[in-house]
Design a protein around this ligand. Structure first.
Ligand code: NAD
Length: 486
C-alpha cells in the first residue's frame, strides 16, 4: 500500500476544531426529487424527517454517476432493481402479546428485492420490522449492490423483510411466519441465485430456520452444499464463528484506519486510544462496535436505543452494557450511567459518533447537534440528504454505510464460500481477512476521494460503480461499448 497517513499539526490528533472535514461541496441538482413520506415515528423525541430512502439512494447514485463521469447506459442499467417481489403470508397466531390476536389468522406483507447480479448472486438481509416497505427494501437492496462491489465480494444486491413487530409474537409464531416466508420465495432463492442474511430483528436462530425450511421445501434435505442460501447461521448449522460480531468489528477497523490516516496520532498502533465515542443503537452492530472501540482504548460516553438515552462523562463499560442490554432488552436503567435527553445524547462531546440503529436518524436537526469529528455509519442510510449538507458545512467527516458496515457481508461471503466450496476458515483467519479487507478498501476509497475532490460518500459510490462497470462492459448488452461506458 503506497498511501501514508497524513501528518497532523505537531504529529498530534487534531482537536475537535471542525476544520478537519472535507470542504463543502455544492449539492448537485439531480432529476430525483427527495420526497417525504409518512410512516410510524421511529425517532420520536426529536423533530422528524421522514425521507424515502430509495430517493436518497437515487440522488447519491446520480451524484456518483456525474462525478465519476459514467455513461447514461450505466444509469439505465442500475437505476431500478432487476426484480421486486411483494407477497403476503398468513399464519394463525398462537402467542401474541395482544391476546385478541390469538387464535386468529393474521396476514403479513413481505418483500424481497433483487437489485443487480452483475457481480454474482443477489445477497442481502431479511428484516422483521413494522416500517418495512417496498421503497425501503429497494433502497437497501441497491445499497447491497454498491457495498458488495466496494468491499470486493462476488455478490449482487438483494434485501427483503416482513412488515411486523417481531417483539409482539412468541417464538413458535415467528418460526411459522418464517416458514411461510420461505415457502413463498423458495423458487427465487438458492446459493448461486439469491442468498439471505440477518438484519434488523433477525438473528442466527432465524437464519437457521430459513435454512431448515429451504431444505424442507426443496426436498433437498440431505444435500450438504445448500447452506449458502442463507448466511449468519449458527455454527452448528454451517455458520461461521466470527459472523455475528463482523459488522461491528468492521466499523471499528474503518474508524481506526480513518484516525490513523487523518489525525496521524503518536500511537499509530492504537490510534483510538484516549478517544471518546457515542453509539446510537445497541443491537448487533452497535454493541459489537462499542466493545471493539473499547478494546482499542476508546471510551463509551453516551448511548441511545429504543428504550432511551444514557450518558456518563467518565465513560461506561461497553461489555457490561451489552450483557445488561441483552438481559433487560434495552439500555435504559444501566447503573453506570444516568438517563439523558436525546438533545444531550446527540450533543455529547466525543470524537466518533456511531450511528447503528435505523435509517434517517441523522437529520438536519441532529446533525446540527453532533459534537464529534467523525460520523461512522454502522446502520444503512442513517443520514438524510439534508443531514449530509449540515455535516459537510460543519466539517464532520462521514464514513459512509456502504463501506463502514460492509464487514458483515464480507464475512457472510466467507461463510457462503465455506458452505458452497468447502473452504474452511478459523476464527483467527476470519478476523484477519476482515481487518485486511476493511483496511485496503479504506485506502482505495480515499484515493478516489483525493482524485475527485469529492466527499467520502461519493468516492465510495464511484469505487463501487467502477468495479460494476468493469464487469458490465464484458457482458451483453454492453459488450464492445467499453470506450463509451468508462
Ligand atoms: P438490531 O435489531 O440488532 O439493533 C437495532 C438497534 O437499534 C437496537 O438497539 C434498537 O434498540 C435500536 N433502535 C431501534 N429504534 C430506535 C430508535 N427509535 N432510536 C434509537 N435506537 C433505536 O439491528 P442490527 O443488526 O444491529 O442493525 C442495525 C443497523 O445496521 C440497520 O440499519 C441494519 O440494516 C444495519 N446493518 C446490519 C448488519 C448486520 O450484520 N446485522 C450489517 C450491515 C448493516
Amino acid at each position: 500500500m503506497d498511501r501514508q497517513p497524513k501528518s497532523g499539526e505537531n504529529g498530534k490528533p487534531k482537536k475537535r476544531s471542525r476544520q478537519t472535514g472535507e470542504t463543502g461541496q455544492a449539492t448537485i441538482a439531480t432529476s430525483v426529487h427527495v420526497k417525504k413520506r409518512t410512516q410510524p415515528k421511529i425517532f420520536e423525541q426529536l423533530p422528524q424527517e421522514h425521507i424515502d430512502i430509495f430517493d436518497t439512494n437515487q440522488v447519491r447514485f446520480l451524484q456518483a454517476v456525474k462525478y465519476g463521469n459514467f455513461h447514461p447506459d450505466v444509469v439505465e442499467h442500475l437505476f431500478q432493481p432487476d426484480k421486486e417481489l411483494t407477497f403476503y403470508v398468513r399464519v394463525r397466531i398462537e402467542d401474541s402479546k395482544d391476546p385478541s390476536e390469538n387464535g386468529k389468522v393474521k396476514t403479513f406483507q413481505c418483500h424481497r428485492i433483487q437489485h443487480n447480479r452483475i457481480l454474482g448472486p443477489y445477497k442481502g438481509g431479511m428484516r422483521f420490522h413494522p416500517i418495512v416497505d417496498l421503497a425501503e427494501c429497494k433502497a437497501l437492496a441497491s445499497a447491497m449492490t454498491w457495498k458488495c462491489a466496494l468491499i470486493g465480494v462476488p455478490f449482487g444486491g438483494g434485501k427483503g423483510g416482513i412488515r411486523m413487530d417481531p417483539h409482539r409474537y412468541g417464538k413458535h409464531d415467528l418460526y411459522r411466519i418464517t416458514g411461510e416466508l420461505v415457502r413463498n420465495i423458495v423458487g427465487e432463492i438458492a446459493p448461486m441465485q439469491d442468498s439471505l442474511a440477518p438484519d434488523v430483528n433477525t438473528n442466527a436462530e432465524i437464519m437457521d430456520w430459513i435454512f431448515h425450511f429451504f431444505r424442507y421445501y426443496t426436498r433437498d434435505r440431505w444435500q450438504d452444499n445448500l447452506g449458502g442460501v442463507v448466511t449468519g447461521k449458527s455454527v452448528e448449522c454451517g455458520g461461521l464463528a466470527g459472523r455475528e460480531p463482523a459488522t461491528g468489528r468492521g466499523v471499528v477497523h474503518a474508524v481506526k484506519e480513518h484516525f490513523r490516516y487523518k489525525y496521524s496520532p503518536h500511537d499509530a498502533v492504537h490510534p483510538l486510544r484516549a478517544t471518546r465515542f457515542s453509539v446510537q443503537g445497541y443491537g448487533n452492530v452497535g454493541s459489537f462496535a462499542a466493545m471493539g472501540m473499547e478494546e482499542e482504548g476508546s471510551k463509551l460516553i453516551a448511548v441511545q436505543d429504543h428504550t432511551g438515552c444514557i450518558i456518563s462523562e467518565d465513560g461506561m463499560d461497553a461489555h457490561e452494557l451489552a450483557a445488561y442490554s441483552k438481559e433487560h432488552r434495552g439500555v435504559a436503567g444501566f447503573p453506570q450511567a444516568r438517563a439523558c435527553s436525546p438533545e444531550e445524547f446527540f450533543s455529547a462531546e466525543v470524537d466518533t459518533f456511531i450511528a447503528a440503529a435505523l435509517e434517517n436518524a441523522i437529520t438536519e436537526v441532529t446533525a446540527g447537534l453532533l459534537n464529534c469529528r467523525l460520523l461512522a455509519e454502522g446502520a444503512n442510510y442513517p443520514t438524510t440528504p439534508s443531514g449530509d449538507v449540515v455535516l459537510k458545512k460543519r466539517g464532520i467527516d462521514v464514513l459512509p454505510d456502504i463501506y463502514c458496515n460492509a464487514g458483515g457481508v464480507y464475512v457472510s461471503y466467507l461463510e457462503w464460500d465455506s458452505n458452497v466450496k468447502g473452504n474452511h476458515y478459523t476464527i483467527e483467519q476470519v478476523y484477519r481477512h476482515l481487518r485486511e479487507q476493511m483496511k485496503s478498501r479504506y485506502y482505495s476509497l480515499m484515493d478516489v476521494h483525493d482524485e475527485l475532490k469529492q466527499d467520502i460518500r461519493t468516492a465510495a459510490m464511484v469505487v463501487a460503480l467502477r468495479r460494476i462497470v468493469a464487469r458490465l462492459v464484458r457482458e451483453e448488452p454492453f459488450r464492445n461499448l467499453s470506450a463509451k461506458l468508462t
